[in-house]
Design a protein around this ligand. Structure first.
Ligand code: GLN
Length: 208
């Protein structure tokens, strides 16, 4: 019966979305994705990456995530899946992982890339290492989201293909390019699942 098998493209379907589980706030993203209508699972191995319809790269420490992605044999498969159009959402360190270029990388620090932007790590400076602010995000209806910034990056510059969805203090802090979404802040820590909802909608649309 048609109604029994909701395909990935129907609004009722819970798309299988992975959370890169090498380091960072994996559990929070798994629950935010579940609340936003996805069927989430941790991804640590290339076979697990191959099986998901979308991926979240969590916040944490981008240098560590980069090293572990290489050690787990995931960096090249990640680049390949991004090149094929896999929807990926990166928050904070995850935003850094999606940048084509880091302004101030640690030596040997790699990114997956895909968003035509240069990010500055720990951009808000010492005085402002962690702070919270209301951020209006294009594509997220219902008023500003509560942005939790923890040693967050900002977008220093970007190409025409990278659309700024939100800015704070004059710098883009949410960006979308095609199937890739990145925020400098951590919506998974707030209980507000609208940003994850936007990403789940992107995954559903990509499955069409
Ligand atoms: N400053 C961290 C980095 O460079 C990011 C911090 C975070 O993800 N909360 O990776």
């Amino acid at each position: 019966m048609a109604g029994d098998t909701a395909s990935a493209s129907t609004p009722e379907a819970r798309p299988e979305i992975g959370v890169l589980a090498l380091q960072g706030d994996v559990r929070e993203h798994l629950s935010a994705l579940r609340a936003a209508g996805a069927s989430p699972r941790p991804v640590r191995r290339p076979e697990e990456l191959a099986a998901v319809a979308g991926l979240v790269i969590p916040g944490g420490e981008s240098t560590t995530i980069s090293k572990l992605a290489v050690a787990f044999g995931l960096l090249e498969p990640l680049r390949a899946r991004v090149a094929e159009g896999l929807p990926v959402y990166g928050s904070c360190a995850g935003m850094i992982m999606l940048a084509d270029k880091i302004l101030d990388p640690r030596s040997g620090q790699e990114t997956v890339g895909g968003i035509d932007m240069i990010v500055r790590r720990n951009a808000f400076g010492r005085q402002n290492e962690s702070f919270e602010a209301a951020v209006e995000v294009a594509g997220v209806p219902g008023g500003p989201v509560h942005g939790v910034f923890i040693r967050a990056p900002w977008v220093e510059s970007r190409g025409a293909g990278a659309e700024a969805l939100a800015a704070f203090q004059g710098h883009p802090v949410a960006v979308r390019q095609g199937n890739l979404l990145a925020t400098a802040f951590h919506p998974e820590l707030t209980g507000d699942h609208r940003v994850h909802g936007l990403f789940v909608a992107m995954v559903r649309a990509a499955g069409r």
